[in-house]
Design a protein around this ligand. Sequence first.
Ligand code: 3PG
Ligand code: MG
Length: 402
Amino acid sequence: MTFKTLDDLEPGQRVLVRLDLNSPVEDGEVQDNRRFDRHAETVRELAERGDKVVLMAHQGRPGGDDFVSLEQHAAILAEHVERDVQFVADTYGDEALDAIDSLESGEILLLENTRMCDEELPEEDAEVKANTEFVQTLAPHVDAYVNDAYSAAHRSHASLVGFALELPAYAGRVMQSEYEANSSIATREFDGQVTMVVGGTKATDVIDVMNNLGDKVDQFLLGGIAGELFLRAAGNDVGFDLEGMDFFDDQWEANRETIESLLDERGDQIKLAVDLAYEDENDERAEVAVADIDEKDRAYLDVGSETVETYDPIIRDSEAVFVKGALGLFEDERFSVGTVGVLRAISETDCFSVVGGGDTSRAIEMYGMDEADFGHVSIAGGAYIRALTGAPLAGIEVLKQD
Ligand code: 3PG
Ligand code: MG
């Protein structure tokens, strides 16, 4: 491992821990999600060994509806940790400092939303962030810094990069496992076939992933909006916007040449959908073979069953399968066939697997699959994509420093 972990941190100290509890907020109510459950493991471990645990996290961004206090997060986290989690509505003022100073061994305190602090957000170098009043005020009140927020580690914000330069710094359990799993495609040697399922909405994500991992991955199985753009580049009459749509044309303009040359250079590795699904007059799922589409006159919302049948054996023959992005609009059960089909094949196969990217991993829970049947289910979106494209994560780079 390239950074220190909790195994290297002497117990019984006052520890400042950065979590990522950024959650969906509906009508002002914070929705429980797997981030709480995952981070609870790190928090519980520290509390159980007698540390005084000070937690930092963010929620939303100023101006957004989901930019709310972390008071509800403390209550939700407490249920997962099965211990009391105190909350103070202050980031680094006197109230926060008093609460930190009066913590007893094994107690847990959550500070207010880091993004309520003006110095948190601007993306700046770690050295600049380390010199903010926020970091300089809090750091002397704790003995060590633990970053567990892998899914926010692509942001160079004060709470994610500043403290690591001021305090002995360690990776928490979530940081450690996410880093290990998500870097494995680039760093590990697999004996057999390596397959990557790539979907979602952004063509540039798919392009960057192919450029970075093209020599490590044997097959890319495509779907989603990105997949439709590749179908267009392969000469099919799909992959453009219909009236009122804004998914395809701008991306096509910007990426057409790159997609065409990827198909040229890596055509053998890239598998495209052979059929697509849409909503018919009766609001039911219907399918059409890509070869039979003369003119795009409807929206395609999933890959078709024939496509799933060609992807399924490829997955079952793989030694490792990585998933980035959904193959269709899986939140609607009618259009979940592609995404659920590949996930089910992975769950039934004895391969090493990593699932992440946006909300894709949510399909596992939604459709009754068991997380334990996957190697690693990431709670990261943007950070996961960065890892797959080989981009460094600012919050991890600072942990690697001595
Ligand atoms: C996330 O939820 O994607 C991370 O917590 C990062 O949040 P951000 O995208 O608002 O910076
Ligand atoms: Mg985000």
